[in-house]
Design a protein around this ligand. Structure first.
Ligand code: NAP
Length: 492
């Protein structure tokens, strides 16, 4: 239905984006905020029509998609508020010391400035929040960068409708046309050409490890390498401590059955590994979880490619040595459906077999049974970087788990206590990203205003008179975060 962009169209889109960059980078925070808020307004104005199209394209239910659209608009307005306030650019003033010996010190001032057009790849499982006007475009626009989106081929019509809403916001707020470009491409060629284009300054990606790593490698091989901020898959390990299991195994089993199978397990934060110490508590938990899983209604996955990948990866885990199926849904399922299921394996087998450490994207989780705390530590030592880790424990458990918590915190971007990893709150303190391979750069995340820092660089101005400095670096700016005046820290 939508034509793949050809080489000329890709070049024209990038050239328009670059022309827009030269203008938009000088736009005030307040005007950028007005544009970003207008995008949210226009997405809301699409009404039910866009929800119906997204339902058809993704098989996700109306309530989930309506909630996701609300979150997307909140995300945009949240970034707009921070951009309008202005302190996020970290203005730093270090005034001159002309009399300093043996050499005078110059006046140096520093702030974050935008880097240029950002190419964005969204994920199939979030047609709004991590797609066309989702977390990456919001962060790029806030930072002062135009955005070129490659529509996800799993929801091209939804993407086109959102793209039209963004274009309306551009017109209404008088922004340059190339602030947003939208191209289609069913294969990898369009995406590759966008990453390789000389005017592309950075890439925001949400999707599989294979996709993120391929684009990261491609960008590193360019004559001018550029950063690729890829938020990828994760197994989100959950550590069950003994006293909590003894007291509340049933409660947590119910909670986790929902977290593993909600939206057919198609969340990057789905708990894919559950790690506990063998005993009565873990048995009660496993049995209760199995009973819940048997009753979960299967449903269609996002698209046939995801359904196929789920089956292949699930079978791959289930056929590894010593892996046992704990439970599978007892309800009928079709070819395109997820199969709610849990399996188990011993910690020794898990540690020895990296095939068990991979993400199975869908309603599946693996219980890892440890003989003792030493084995649990060994499992931790063999895990790769994660978006999240979760610990379930009572006060009594946690008082003995200081070292365990410390080593788990090395693994992840978000550490959760007595909850589930699914559900990413959109707020200033959120970290959605983690050490490699959860993300290509664990120093950043894609959710919340901090995400803007991926698309800026520091620029220092040396010996500039006040009238030639950007407003943010003028002496009278009250939002300067660090100020060194006459060799002293302080606010003048
Ligand atoms: P995907 O298959 O990697 O697709 C994402 C986008 O990347 C698509 O536009 C895809 O284009 C493109 N792409 C993938 N491989 C490419 C390559 N080698 N060269 C050029 N372009 C490439 O991911 P998905 O299936 O949509 O989403 C599921 C995955 O995303 C899961 O692993 C999930 O955990 C992860 N995810 C992560 C987060 C997070 O925030 N960390 C959030 C949501 C989902 P084509 O469609 O043309 O292949």
């Amino acid at each position: 239905m939508f034509q793949d962009a050809n080489t000329t169209q890709i070049d024209q889109a990038m050239q328009r984006a670059y022309a827009a960059f030269l203008q938009y980078r000088h736009t005030s925070g307040k005007d950028k905020a007005a544009f970003i808020r207008a995008v949210a307004d226009e997405i809301e104005a699409l009404g039910e029509a866009v929800i119906e199209v997204a339902m058809r394209e993704t098989h996700l239910p109306a309530a989930r998609l309506t909630g996701e659209r609300g979150r997307t608009c909140f995300q945009l307005r949240n970034i707009a508020d921070v951009v309008a306030e202005g302190s996020w650019i970290e203005a730093t003033i270090d005034t001159a010391l002309p009399e300093r010996q043996p050499l005078p010190k110059p006046d140096i001032r520093n702030m974050l400035v935008p880097i240029g057009p950002v190419v964005v790849f969204g994920a199939s499982n979030f047609p709004f929040a991590y797609s066309t006007a989702g977390v990456d475009p919001a962060a790029a626009w806030g930072a002062g960068c135009p955005v070129v989106v490659k529509a996800h081929p799993a929801h091209p019509e939804t993407s086109e409708m959102v793209a039209n809403a963004v274009k309306k916001a551009i017109t209404k707020t008088g922004m340059p046309e190339g602030l947003f470009e939208h191209v289609h491409g069913a294969g990898f060629e369009v995406g590759k050409a966008l990453v390789l284009h000389p005017k592309t300054a950075a890439v925001g990606f949400t999707g599989s490890f294979a996709g993120g790593k391929a684009l990261f490698d491609l960008a590193a091989q360019r004559p001018v390498p550029i950063p690729v901020f890829a938020e990828m898959g994760s197994t989100n390990p959950v550590f069950l401590l003994e006293d909590a299991l003894e007291k509340e195994a049933d409660k947590y089993a119910k909670l986790y059955a929902g977290s593993i199978t909600g939206s057919m397990g198609q969340f990057c934060t789905k708990p894919g590994l559950i790690i506990g110490i063998e005993g009565q508590g873990l048995d009660t938990f496993s049995n209760a979880l199995a009973a819940e899983i048997r009753q979960i209604q299967p449903a269609a996955m996002l698209h046939s490619g995801i359904a196929k990948a789920f089956r292949t990866k699930r079978t791959d885990v289930l056929t590894q040595e010593s892996v046992a199926v704990e439970a599978e849904t007892s309800l009928a399922y079709g070819e395109e459906d997820g199969i709610p299921s849990v399996a188990s394996v011993t910690a020794a087998q898990f540690v020895a077999n990296p095939a068990l450490h991979q993400e199975v994207f869908g309603p599946f989780s693996l219980i890892v049974k440890c003989k003792n705390a030493g084995e649990m530590q060994e499992v931790i030592d063999h895990l790769e970087g994660q978006l999240t880790c979760t610990v379930i424990g009572t006060e009594q458990d946690l008082s003995k788990a200081v070292d365990l918590l410390s080593s788990i915190s090395l693994l992840c971007g978000r550490l959760i206590l007595n909850g589930v990893p699914t559900g990413v709150e959109v707020c200033a303190a959120m970290q959605h990203g983690g050490p490699y391979p959860a993300s290509t750069d664990g120093r950043f995340g894609s959710v919340g205003p901090h995400a803007m820092k991926r698309f800026v660089r520091p620029l220092a101005f040396q010996n500039f008179p006040n009238h030639l400095l950007p407003d943010e670096l003028k002496a009278e700016n009250p939002l300067v975060i660090w100020r060194m005046v006459n060799g002293n820290w302080g606010k003048d």
